[in-house]
Design a protein around this ligand. Structure first.
Ligand code: ZN
Ligand code: ZN
Ligand code: ZN
Length: 327
């Protein structure tokens, strides 16, 4: 029988309905490599993008990580912020930032193909850009995310991630902040530390563990093989993560991405970071983390209309399958 599960942090219900599966299918394929077209992210084509705001260099001839403003930004920093309302409709000038992090100089490599040290360099670039953008006090929150493959929203094959800074805190983060604060006010403990402690006792939904990081299939996973990756050490913001923690998270992400590549035949995926709004002091109630969602199903009318999700793959099965997947 389908089971209704409520996420312990946000008010979100999920219907775990294994009998609906059609096992996750491979209809949603990543992008082809598109050889022959000039790629704006390849070395030698730097002129096709705006000038970089950050670069990581290795010993080789080309840069290893390059961060550039988005050529077609959703938002930009140059505009003055103004807020106005017209009756029902609130308007805000599109102030913000939108940057692209080119994760490697090698056109054919995916993030999962890169050595852990290179993934570490990408995450460090995110940290450096976050610290820089947080100096602009108009910006209130920052989202770092990666769309891999066409079905996940990527339009270019070359491995890249994006940073979007917003002049407000949107619901995707705001809901977690409220839920985490409510838990802390009642129990004086971080809800994510509580989740981790329980999952590490039960083991059923733990996918991987290393010295600094635990990855789990969340109890109320919205979609098949959704995975959350937590630093063991409680810390409210990603910007304050230590070099050792970044190293552990890079290792864990690499293993996770390789596992889903093998287990699900290189699916499209979204990977994103949840961290405190910019410039907030460290606190005991919010815990930064990554969320990884292979794109195997589409959101349809039910999801849009209700805000609930139907997940045909019980997270316990997903975790067991990923644990057994050798990489
Ligand atoms: Zn390229
Ligand atoms: Zn915590
Ligand atoms: Zn989250």
């Amino acid at each position: 029988m389908p089971q209704l599960r409520k996420d312990p942090v946000v008010d979100r219900w999920v219907i775990i309905a294994p009998e609906r599966a059609d096992r996750p299918n491979a209809l949603l394929r990543p992008l082809p490599e598109r050889d022959g077209e000039a790629c704006p992210f390849c070395p030698g084509n730097e002129g096709m993008t705006p000038p970089e705001v950050l670069i990581h260099q290795t010993n080789g001839p080309a840069w290893s990580v390059r961060v550039v403003p988005n050529r077609y930004p959703a938002l930009r920093t140059e505009i003055q912020m103004s807020r106005s309302g017209n009756g029902l409709f609130d308007t805000m000038a599109g102030v913000g930032a939108h940057e692209v992090v080119i994760e490697t100089n090698d056109h054919r490599k995916t993030l999962a193909d890169l050595p852990a040290a290179q993934i570490e360099s990408v995450l460090t670039a995110w940290q450096e850009r976050m610290l820089d953008l947080s100096r602009d006090i108009r910006l209130k929150s920052l989202f770092a995310f990666k769309n891999h493959g066409g079905p996940a929203g990527a339009t270019l094959f070359h491995a890249h991630s994006q940073l979007v800074a917003l002049p407000f805190v949107p619901e995707g983060l705001g809901g977690e902040l409220r839920g985490a604060k409510r838990h802390y006010d009642e129990k004086e403990r971080c809800v994510y530390c509580d989740i981790l402690a329980q999952e590490l006792r039960d083991k059923e939904r733990v996918v991987i563990e290393n010295e600094g990081v635990v990855a789990i299939s969340p109890y109320a996973a919205r979609s098949p093989f959704e995975t959350w990756v937590f630093p063991r050490e409680h810390r409210s913001s990603f910007e304050s993560a230590t070099g050792q923690e970044i190293k552990s998270i890079a290792d864990a992400l690499r293993t996770m991405l390789r596992k889903i590549d093998v287990a699900l035949d290189k699916p499209a995926f979204n990977l994103f970071l949840h961290t405190m709004p910019l410039r907030e002091a460290a606190n005991d109630w919010y815990h930064w983390h990554f969320e990884l969602k292979p794109v195997l199903t589409l959101q349809a009318g039910f999801e849009w209309s209700s805000g609930c999700y139907i997940n045909p793959t019980p997270p316990e099965e997903a975790a067991a399958f990923l644990r057994q997947t050798e990489v």
